[in-house]
Write a protein that binds this ligand. Structure first.
Ligand code: ZN
Length: 241
């Protein structure tokens, strides 16, 4: 089975359209979203509405829950908070309701899906170190867990008590290991690579592919500026950070 796993779309429609075009060409068996449909970008409704009919499920991201009032904006930086308020004002009632109902985790086709971390999905922690990753992997029922949230793609592998971390684009796993895979962000990469991305996972070959794609960044920046969102949210798209 080949599975497409998208995350952190952040209302960036040009990036999402490019990703969906690539998904259409590769014809995976199913698709899912790890949350943060909205926040930062100028097309929250369009992103939700183009993904919803195509995905088998989705988990809640912190920006999704901020936009629909399920979490407070206290720890958001000023630009993120301003974007969250803008998003709340612009989302349709139906899309607000959709975000409000998203679960924190999903057990899906033999893997675990969560936006931030499997051990504490409501704490919005970033899993970046091997020690943190080992703790997280040991807390999972499934041997494979996909996360987003940091917008910093990579793969942690736990074999015995050893954790290996790699940022290689294609990783072939082993059946006797556990995996925590941080999938690329569709709409706001922060790893210095400005291309849009998503994960293509083959559960028979145990192959993880971090797909990255050029897209129309000037168009995405123009949408953010035209919406009156903080200018830095447009600028950062061209840097990929
Ligand atoms: Zn995000």
């Amino acid at each position: 089975m080949r599975l497409a796993i998208l995350s952190d779309v952040h209302g960036n429609l040009p990036a999402l359209e490019r990703v969906l075009e690539d998904v259409d060409g590769r014809k995976p068996d199913a698709m899912v979203c790890l949350g943060d449909f909205v926040g930062y970008g100028a097309s929250p409704n369009e992103c939700i509405e183009s993904l919803r009919p195509r995905i088998e499920g989705a988990v809640a991201g912190n920006h999704d829950l901020a936009a629909c009032g399920r979490i407070k904006l206290g720890y958001f930086n000023p630009d993120a908070a301003a974007a969250a308020r803008w998003t709340t004002e612009h989302l349709t009632p139906g899309n607000l309701e959709y975000l409000r109902a998203l679960p924190f985790t999903i057990h899906w086709r033999g893997v675990l899906l969560v936006h931030s971390s499997p051990a504490e999905p409501e704490e919005w922690q970033y899993v970046l170190s091997p020690n943190d990753a080992a703790f997280q992997m040991e807390s999972c029922e499934e041997s494979i867990c996909f996360i987003g949230h940091s917008h910093y793609p990579g793969t942690f592998e736990l074999g015995g008590s050893n954790v290996r971390y790699t940022r290689e684009a294609v990783v072939t796993g082993r059946r006797d290991c556990r995996y925590l895979v941080n999938v690329p962000s569709v709409g706001q990469p922060r790893d210095g690579d400005r291309r849009a991305g998503y994960m293509l996972f083959d559960d028979e070959a145990l192959r993880f592919e971090h797909v990255r794609l050029e897209y129309d960044i000037p168009a995405a920046m123009a949408c953010i500026r035209a919406a009156g969102l903080p200018p830095l949210l447009a600028e950062r798209l061209q840097w990929g950070e």
